[in-house]
Design a protein around this ligand. Structure first.
Ligand code: SF4
Length: 373
């Protein structure tokens, strides 16, 4: 009896690389950080793009680069300025690490952005992916990158079995990314394509893989017919693109409940600054607390925060958002503060709506602010 043999493809790394680079140079989206080879500007874009979509990042990055165009300006910026520039992007440890790293570059490196991958990697907030991205995109070094888009492309082209989050599988994907980039010649430096500029072929290869994953090799419906790697791709040839990457199902998210209070007195609002050591520290918020469930009594939460119970607590609205494995439900209440009663909440201030707009607020609080406006 004849045995069924699955179709396989011999992969020529140099061809994969050159086909991808040719395609990328003709199809690269015009993104503002692709118009520069300034490692500082590329670094800021890479940090902003972690966990955040390109279209969201563009206006943030443009505004940031106008306000803080150099490492030295970032190193010297006030915390409140930084938080305001990052307001709404979330994952705020990113912006704190940016400034820590900028201060190291200014104090230890005389303000010159490091070029060697190890030195880039040693900066606060810079991991394996980001150091590879900066080293390759700004300096055309043969350093690999591996993000969600690249994982998808490599898993399919090389038909990599197993969950990419598992260490062994992840290391295999890093090794494939490394092999592709080290087999790619440096090529002509600083290639201009319209307004865009690429440091060389290695830069274009890495950016091309990310671009392919973001625009063609899509998670549920890869557009193989217009893919430059269709002739190399083992998953496509086997008709099994849906099987890769073989990510394990995510754990179910769990719900958490919060109550927030919009407290007003004579036309002003009570806000407080989050303490050092807390998530979102340094940002302002409407005071609130985590509660047991959706049925928790708001007057109890109010009393625990402020030490007294108001006669009237008015329901104002409900907000929902999700972060990583949590679904947050926030019920918001309005309370009028008696003019003569003293306020003892630490780090709090009575401010107008105009003043609130000048202070940095973190993402879910911004939505509450919009509701108020
Ligand atoms: S051929 Fe299809 S599955 Fe393979 S890399 Fe291209 S788009 Fe992705």
């Amino acid at each position: 009896m004849k045995q069924a043999r699955s179709k396989t493809v011999d992969i020529d790394h140099a061809r994969v690389s050159s086909d991808l680079i040719d395609w990328f140079l003709q199809n690269a989206r015009d993104l503002p950080w692709r118009r520069t080879l300034d490692p500082y500007a590329i670094w800021v874009s890479e940090i902003m793009l972690q966990q955040t979509q390109v279209k969201t990042v563009i206006p943030y990055w443009e505004h940031w680069m106008k306000q803080l165009p150099t490492v030295a300006r970032l190193a010297a910026a006030k915390e409140e300025t930084l938080l305001k520039l990052w307001e709404g992007l979330g994952y705020y440890s990113r912006v704190r690490n940016l400034q820590k790293a900028a201060r190291e570059i200014v104090n230890d490196g005389g303000g010159t952005f490091p070029e060697q991958p190890e030195a880039i990697r040693a900066l606060p907030g810079v991991g394996r992916y980001t150091s590879g991205a900066i080293a390759s995109i700004a300096f055309n070094q043969p350093e690999p990158i591996l993000d969600g888009n690249v994982i998808r492309v490599l898993s399919r082209v090389f038909a990599v079995a197993g969950d990419p989050k598992e260490k062994q599988v992840n290391e295999r994907l890093w090794a494939l990314a490394k092999e592709l980039v080290v087999r790619t010649k440096a090529g002509v430096a600083n290639v201009k394509v319209g307004a865009l500029v690429f440091a060389g072929q290695r830069a274009a290869l890495n950016q091309g893989m990310m671009e392919l994953g973001a625009t063609v090799c899509l998670p549920t419906k890869p557009e193989c017919e217009r893919c430059p790697l269709r002739g190399h791709c083992r998953a496509r040839v086997a008709g099994k693109t849906g099987l890769y990457p073989q990510s394990a199902k995510r754990a179910k998210s769990s719900a958490r409940w919060f109550q927030a209070f919009v407290v007003t007195k004579a036309g002003k609002f009570l806000i407080r600054r989050r303490d050092e050591g807390l998530v979102n520290s340094g940002f302002w918020e409407f005071p609130g607390a985590e509660v047991a469930d959706a049925n928790a009594d708001p007057s109890k939460a109010f009393r625990e925060l402020f030490g007294w119970t108001p006669d009237q607590i008015e329901a104002f609205g409900q907000l929902r958002h999700s972060i990583t494995r949590y679904r947050f439900h926030q019920s918001v209440h309005r309370v009028e503060w008696p003019v003569r009663r003293r306020m003892r909440l630490p780090e709090s201030e009575w401010v107008t709506l105009e003043e609130i707009r000048r202070r940095p607020f973190y993402s879910p609080q911004l939505r509450l602010l919009k509701e108020l406006e």
